[in-house]
Design a protein around this ligand. Structure first.
Ligand SMILES: Nc1nc2c(ncn2[C@@H]2O[C@H](COP(=O)(O)OP(=O)(O)OP(=O)(O)O)[C@@H](O)[C@H]2O)c(=O)[nH]1
Ligand SMILES: [Mg+2]
Length: 333
């Protein structure tokens, strides 16, 4: 284990809470919240984190000589340390914190803003959540009494940065839905064959859409009369899974039109997308046309990268991201 500097004078005003990993939420990155009066935090940063850290700043830093990870300071008197979450690293860090005089927070798991923030940072799946979350203590200080309706609307959307939204790919058999899933995931997650009915069970994959992580569901091709047996059961289960979709991508291609089953939830957003656009255009007007074989897509559309941006912006609108108001991030999930 690497050795490194620790403050010469242990300070009993330093407190810490291990926000993660917890027994019910394992992960690759740990999160330790350190609190103390501002001047104590300043000396702790200088002695143990390789230099000072301003409010709202986050930097890659040596963490008490044990690990290298992100250190963030969401407010004057709070530090968040994000080491690797292996038991040896976490154990050594906690031991060194104790040698700095840092004591376990007596009310760990409480409801103060920074405790909530530590837990939200730990749970957040989307990279775009991090800076926004770190800015929340400042925003709530600047606007402690936001308009409740706007706060509710903004928070409902931004919560998708913590708990990923679900996107469902829906359409006729053999039009390229699974190929699109694989292209979005950058991996061979689903089987692809030039044969109708290749996808039997629906399949979900976490996909990073330019900073917004979503759970993308590939459904079996919908048939008017799937019959009994495994194919009929798979279609029924897939349609049940549609109930959880926040965004439904209605797919068509040059040979098969859009299908919108009655199971699409009323509140879900809808996008119409023409697939296999290199083979011909879908008959209906679509919001985007893509080909996974031809990266450039159809002239006049953004191809795959354009679709990624369209999906991301439909789930989390750019104006919501740019809104300077606070976010009630602790009720997500
Ligand atoms: N030319 C062309 N072929 C494609 C494209 N996308 C998929 N394909 C081909 O279309 C065929 C069907 O692709 P799949 O992704 O399995 O289609 P699917 O809609 O998931 O089919 P089911 O699972 O049966 O519903 C395969 O041969 C793919 O290689 C594309 O953009 N261009
Ligand atoms: Mg398929």
């Amino acid at each position: 284990m690497a050795t490194g500097p620790i403050p010469a004078e242990p300070d009993p005003r330093l407190r810490f809470e291990l926000a993660g990993p917890t027994p019910d939420a394992a992960g690759a990155i740990g999160l330790i919240r350190v609190t103390a009066p501002s001047d104590v935090i300043d000396s702790f940063c200088a002695a143990s984190l390789g230099g000072s850290l301003g409010v709202s700043e986050s930097r890659l830093r040596p963490l008490l000589g044990v690990d290298r990870g992100v250190a963030a300071r969401p407010s004057e008197d709070v530090l968040l340390l994000c080491p690797h979450a292996g038991p040896a690293v976490i154990g050594e860090l906690l031991e060194r914190l104790a040698r700095c005089g840092v004591r376990t927070e007596p009310d760990a798991g409480g409801s103060s803003m920074d405790t909530r923030l530590a837990h939200a940072l730990w749970r957040a799946r989307s990279p775009l959540a991090i800076d926004l979350l770190l800015d929340q203590p400042r925003r709530w200080r600047a606007e402690p009494d936001p308009d409740p309706t706007r706060l509710e609307e903004r928070s409902r959307i931004l919560d998708r940065l913590i708990e990923p939204a679900t996107i469902a790919l829906v359409g006729a058999p053999n039009i390229g839905k699974s190929s699109l899933l694989n292209a979005l995931a950058g991996a061979e997650a689903a089987l692809v064959e030039d044969e109708a009915g290749t996808t039997l069970d629906h399949l979900g994959v976490a996909v990073d859409l330019g900073g917004v992580v979503a759970h993308v569901l590939d459904l079996p091709g919908l048939e008017a009369s799937p019959g009994g047996g495994p194919r009929g059961t798979a279609q029924r289960l897939a349609l049940e899974a549609l109930a959880s979709a926040d965004l439904v991508v209605l797919c068509a291609d040059g040979s098969a039109g859009l299908i919108e089953p009655s199971e699409v939830p009323d509140g879900a957003a809808r996008l119409r997308v023409g697939l296999r656009s290199d083979l011909g255009r879908a008959d209906e007007a679509c919001d985007a046309a893509v080909s996974v074989h031809d990266e450039r897509g159809t002239p006049g559309t953004g191809g795959l990268s354009g679709l990624v941006a369209l999906l991301r912006d439909t789930l989390v609108a750019p104006e919501v991201l740019a809104d300077p108001g606070p976010w009630r991030f602790w009720d997500s999930g």
